[in-house]
Design a protein around this ligand. Structure first.
Ligand code: SF4
Length: 478
């Protein structure tokens, strides 16, 4: 019986089995940002320990950075303190820092791949839940907490429970206007937000095989929202083509050798999985969340469920979500008014996402009542989008075009919902308060759906707006 990628990568990085039964796992790449690292660096400092492998550790700023006025000191005193602490820590411990003055700055899960730091067969850790994004390259990537950030800084190792592997095959063909974001929202809706507990999700099948790397990242990014500890796609020619020539990818003379190793890392054809499931993507339509977690979603032509539509255990959660979101059971989700349209986050802020949203809004204006925000995932994405003139398309449509960062994904900077505002958001979490207002409401959807909602001032079906020209660019989903 063959092995899965997870088993191969896990075994290759196992230092030893701990008395607890956990694995002491070597971490190939540690990505650091300003929110979960200060206490970890303090812990090293108080013990007189160095960072064990500074050459495997890279830092950037993303969560707290303002996206409009980035001059220092920041107006937000706490943000300025976090920024200054990261600068001090990186200087003292010899860790490279890509701050706001650097071309490599951006959301940690956007810059790792675009710099070629993220590679197949690696173990990757970062103090952020959505580290699963890097699994799109065939890496085993975990989000970790502050005490684990300390452990990795000090030892380059993590104590981890071994994971089971669920293979998820996505079959069929995606309809025009249906995207990778819709696939992962549908998977989470089907399997549940706790369905992946104890598992890594391996995504495959004809639809995933045809996805671009940007789209695979969108799917892997939200694995954590389905309860999975990690998510990955086996590396293939699409992966290698993406990585070739990137600053931290193997240089030309070593690249072929690397691809040989990366190919061997992929799951064997006869690999033994702990569970398998198949999703037929041909039946999917654009998805929209109506509730308080990413599993509470429906197709855009659907009606909001009521407590009577779900099993007994879920009824209280549905009742609570309907009350908070101001939704009526049985009402169509299309037509739900929005106040804010946010295109950004590590799920959907890459160049292909911006191209697709720009294509929807080009030559149109967003509804007068809507505040529109486009926040590129990195400086590199911003610069590339500006070279193509996408910023002018968004501005002409009435959107604000901002500097790179996490922004309204979690509202740790000045970009926040106000009061009971409802946001159409291309991000990944719709929990209470996630976008900066304790009473704010979030509807998750694809960037194209956000663009369409911005134009209409309410949730609409983007399939009515997408033209026949789609399918030629980086953002194409076949
Ligand atoms: S964009 Fe959101 S989910 Fe992604 S790293 Fe930033 S805060 Fe976390």
């Amino acid at each position: 019986m063959g092995q899965t990628l997870l088993q191969k990568v896990w075994d290759a990085h196992t230092v030893r089995t701990l008395p607890t039964g956990q694995t002491q796992l070597f971490v190939g790449l540690h990505l650091v940002h300003e929110v979960t690292s200060p206490q970890a660096f303090d812990a090293l400092r108080s013990r007189g320990w160095p960072v064990r492998f500074p050459g495997r550790t890279f830092a950037t700023v993303d969560h707290i950075v303002p996206t409009r006025d980035t001059r220092r000191p920041f107006q937000d005193v706490m943000a300025e303190e976090m920024m200054a602490a990261l600068e001090r820590n990186c200087r003292e411990f010899g860790v490279p820092l890509w701050d706001l003055s650097h071309d490599h700055q951006g959301i940690v899960h956007v810059i790792g791949p675009e710099l070629g730091l993220t590679q197949p067969g690696m173990t990757i850790a970062c103090g952020d839940s959505h580290t699963s994004t890097h699994g799109a390259f065939g890496a085993v990537a975990f989000g970790i907490g502050t005490s684990q950030v300390r452990d990795v800084l000090a030892s380059q190792c993590l104590a981890m429970e071994r994971l089971k592997v669920r293979r998820i095959d996505v079959t069929g063909i995606l309809e025009e206007g249906v995207y990778a974001k819709d696939v992962i929202l549908a998977i989470i809706q089907r399997l549940g937000v706790k369905g992946g507990v104890g598992y890594a999700y391996e995504y495959g099948g004809p639809v995933v095989d045809r996805l671009t790397m940007d789209e695979r990242m969108t799917i892997c990014n939200m694995s954590i929202e389905g309860g999975a500890r990690a998510g990955y796609v086996n590396p293939d020619e699409t992966t290698f083509a993406y990585l070739r020539g990137r600053p931290y990818a193997p240089p030309a003379d070593a690249f072929e050798r690397a691809t040989g190793f990366w190919r061997e890392t992929a799951s064997d054809a006869d690999a033994d999985y702990d569970d398998r499931t198949t999703i037929d993507a041909s039946a999917l339509e654009p998805m929209v969340t109506w509730g308080l977690h990413p599993g509470q979603s429906i197709g855009v032509t659907g009606r909001v469920p009521g407590p009577g539509d779900v099993p007994g255990d879920d009824r209280a959660a549905v009742t609570e979500a309907l009350a908070f979101m101001g939704m009526a059971a049985g009402a169509p989700i299309a037509g739900t008014p929005i106040d804010v349209a946010f295109i950004g986050s590590c799920t959907n802020s890459r160049l292909s996402d911006l191209r697709e949203a720009a294509r929807i809004v080009a030559g149109r204006r967003i509804a007068p009542r809507v505040t529109g925000l486009v926040v590129p995932g990195s400086r590199a994405v911003r610069d590339a989008a500006e070279r193509e003139g996408l910023h002018e398309v968004f501005r002409a449509a009435g959107f604000d075009w901002r500097e790179a960062g996490c922004s309204m994904c979690l509202g740790m900077n000045p970009d926040k919902l106000v009061g009971r505002q409802t946001s159409a958001s291309s991000s990944n979490r719709n929990f209470r308060g996630r976008q900066g207002s304790p009473t704010g409401r979030t509807l998750l959807m694809s960037p194209a759906m956000v663009a369409a909602a911005a134009l209409a001032g309410e949730v609409i079906d983007v399939r009515h707006l997408v033209g026949a020209g789609r399918g030629t660019g980086e953002g194409a989903t076949s």
